[in-house]
Every structure is written in C-alpha cells, then in structure tokens.
Design a protein around this ligand. Structure first.
Ligand code: SF4
Ligand code: SF4
Length: 280
C-alpha cells in the first residue's frame, strides 16, 4: 500500500474511500478558492515552471534533489495524482453520484486545444453546478463553457475505455488532499504532470497499486503494446522474440493490457512484488 492509503485510506485503497470524495468544494470555501486559483493561474504559470525546471537541471544534483523534494512535499498536500487502472476507475464511478466531463487544463496549455477528457467527481448528487462555476470562474470562458457536460457513469466509463485504447492512462487527482476532485486521462506529450514526473524526475504523479506482467506463453512478439506505454517500461527482446516489462519503470496503468489482442498482459498487486512494493 502507498503512503496515501496509510494516511487517507486506513490501509485500504485511499481512492476507494467514499469520505475522500465527500468534502464538497461547495461546503469548503478554502478548497473552492484553491481550485479557482489553481485553474486560473496554471495556464500562465505552467510554461514558466517548465522553463524553471530546465534551468534547475544545470544545478548540482544535491540542489536539484532538495528543490524537487520540497515541491513534491507541497504537491502531496495540495494537488497530486495517482495512476488507477480501468477496473478501479469503474469502482470509483460506482461510488460517486455526479460526473462532469470538462476540457483538460494541461492540453489547453500544451497543445492550446479543448480536449474534453477530464472528469470532475462528487458524492453529492447536485454538485455539477459548483464544478461548472469553478471552471467558468477560472479558465473557461466564452463558447468553451459549452465544453462542460454532466455525463452518466456508463458514458464516463465508455469514454475512459476509449481513451485507454488510444494510449491514455487514468489517474485520480486531489484538490487540497485528501479530497479527490476528479479523474484525468493522460499521455506524456500533453499532460504537464506526467511530463514533469517522467521527463523531469519531479514527482507529481504516483504509481498505481498494481504492476503489469506478461505471460510469455501467450505473447507472440507483435509489439503492438510497445507504442502505448507512456512510461517507457516495455522493451523487445530479439533473442526471445517477446516483449519484457521493466518493473522499476512500470506505473501499473494497464494501457498495454488494453492494446494486447493476445490477452498476454495482466495487472498484479504491487505489494506482491518485493522489489517494487515500495516504488511509487
Ligand atoms: S501486444 Fe501482447 S502479444 Fe503483442 S508483444 Fe505485446 S504482450 Fe506480446
Ligand atoms: S508497462 Fe506498466 S506503465 Fe507501461 S503501459 Fe503497461 S502497465 Fe502501464
């Protein structure tokens, strides 16, 4: 179990605890203000922060590690993500009562396009107007407001299955931890947090409670899965004619599994693998 399960899930998966969806943005003004500021400022702040990260890489390793450690510590308290496979997305959707699809903030920054692939969640049946007003007060305006849509759970799950087939990994995100505000669908080229985590080695997104494994009896070496992994965890062995997983890089998203027509890839609990049980 990860540190979030210990702190916010009483030893169970913290993102499957109803209480972590229940402190409505509506009833906590501090959280609501944080959310509005976060969405409002990220479009301006993110490109600056990415430049600062490039600049940081010119400093000695010890300075880099210290700065990154402080940023991660702050992110854990305010806004971080954890990868969740589709089966857990389904369990989360069965717990909440409101799902709102809205355009991804990261993609608004990186590709300057509206891509409706993020989902706001709440236990409260009537919180969609709150989520919508936060988004409209912060970074959506004009015709883009039409990009916010209340969706039923079946539709949300169907959309996320399609995103997964396209190679996007699901992740839950906090707005003032431990409140979980939504599920994002990320890839490394467009998602700021994934890019910062994987390419700049600054933890904003944490690994799933799972790890992938390949059954070599079933794998035919077609390599269809390789282009789907956002984390560079798959490699091809020419001598074996099979694909192998680097467990130290695997985030347990399950995207490779969705792309394997031979059913050769499985997700197993991370806890069962001593060598990566504490790698988050
Ligand atoms: S897609 Fe499946 S069968 Fe093809 S290489 Fe990957 S694991 Fe093997
Ligand atoms: S190897 Fe791991 S990180 Fe890569 S797609 Fe598969 S489950 Fe995700």
């Amino acid at each position: 179990m990860c540190e979030f399960c210990t702190k916010h899930g009483e030893g169970e998966k913290w993102y499957l605890q109803a209480k972590n969806y229940s402190a409505d943005l509506n009833s906590d003004l501090k959280r609501r203000k944080f959310a509005i500021d976060f969405f409002r400022k990220t479009t301006e702040k993110a490109p600056r922060d990415l430049k600062r990260l490039e600049w940081l890489s010119s400093f000695p390793r010890i300075i880099q590690d210290m700065v990154k450690g402080l940023v991660t510590w702050k992110q854990k308290k305010e806004h971080f993500g954890q990868v969740v496979p589709l089966e857990d997305v389904e369990k989360i959707l069965s717990m909440v009562n409101t799902v709102v699809a809205f355009p991804c903030l990261c993609r608004k920054v990186t590709i300057k396009k509206e891509v409706r692939c993020c989902f706001g969640l709440s236990i409260s049946p009537a919180v969609d107007s709150v989520i919508s007003s936060i988004l409209c007060d912060s970074y959506l305006n004009g015709p883009e407001v039409q990009g916010i849509e209340k969706v039923d759970k079946e539709t949300a799950l169907k959309m996320m299955k399609e995103f997964e087939t396209d190679g996007l990994a699901h992740s839950v995100w906090t707005i003032l931890t431990p409140f979980i505000a939504g599920i994002c669908n990320c890839d490394r080229s467009d998602c700021l947090a994934m890019k910062i985590t994987v390419s700049h080695d600054l933890k904003m997104m944490f690994r799933a409670e799972y790890i992938a494994q390949i059954d070599w009896e079933l794998c035919n070496g077609c390599r269809e899965c390789m282009g789907l992994c956002q984390f560079g965890a798959l490699s091809y062995s020419y001598s074996l004619g099979k694909v192998a997983i680097d467990l130290s890089k695997c985030y347990g998203c399950g995207v490779c599994r969705a792309g394997c027509t031979k059913g050769a890839i499985f997700l197993k609990p991370r806890n069962n693998h001593p060598q990566v049980a504490q790698v988050w």
